[in-house]
Design a protein around this ligand. Structure first.
Ligand code: RB5
Length: 148
C-alpha cells in the first residue's frame, strides 16, 4: 500500500517509528515531513497528507503530533479525508470497518510506541464493511457540501 505520513516536532519520533514499521512491512511511504524536532506547525503536514489521500496519491495516511487532535481537526477539512484519532486498537478497527477512515492520527505524547504500532497494524489490516455504512459515509460528503 502507498501510505503518506507526516508529523510536527512533537510527533517526529513516533512518525519515524511508523515509517520504519511501514517500510519493514513492504509499504511504500511518502514522507511529508517534518524531518527533525525543531518547533513547527502541525497544519502544514496535515494538509499535505490529507491532500495526498483525498486526491488518491496515497491510499492511507498517518499523522502524528503531540495528541493527534490538531492533525485530525486539520485533515478532516480536506475533501475525501476521513481522519480519526484512535485511543485504542478497537477504535482503529471500528474506524475502518464502519467509517472507512483513511487517515490515522496518533499522539506521541499520549500513546506508547508499541500501542501506536498495534493500532496502525489493525488500521491497515481492517477492510471497510460497506453496505449501510457506505450510505452513511456518503452522507458525510453530501451534508458537508462536498458531493458532486
Ligand atoms: C505541539 O506542542 C502540540 O500542540 C501539537 O503537537 C499537537 O498536539 C496539537 O494538536
Amino acid at each position: 500500500m502507498r501510505i503518506a505520513v507526516g508529523s510536527d516536532h512533537a510527533g517526529f519520533h513516533l512518525k519515524e517509528a511508523v515509517k520504519a514499521y511501514l517500510q519493514k512491512n513492504g509499504h511504500e511511504v511518502l514522507d511529508m515531513g517534518t524531518h527533525g524536532t525543531d518547533s513547527t506547525d502541525y497544519p502544514l503536514y496535515a494538509a499535505q497528507v490529507a491532500r495526498a489521500v483525498g486526491e488518491g496519491q496515497a491510499e492511507r495516511g498517518v499523522l502524528v503530533c503531540g495528541s493527534g487532535l490538531g492533525m485530525c481537526m486539520t485533515a478532516n477539512r480536506f475533501h475525501g479525508a476521513r481522519a480519526i484519532v484512535a485511543p485504542t486498537a478497537e477504535h482503529a478497527r471500528l474506524g475502518r470497518l464502519h467509517n472507512d477512515a483513511n487517515i490515522l492520527c496518533l499522539g506521541e505524547r499520549l500513546t506508547p510506541e508499541d500501542q501506536a504500532l498495534e493500532m496502525l497494524k489493525v488500521f491497515l489490516a481492517t477492510d471497510f464493511e460497506g453496505g449501510r455504512h457506505q450510505r452513511r459515509v456518503d452522507e458525510i460528503e453530501r451534508l458537508s457540501g462536498d458531493q458532486e
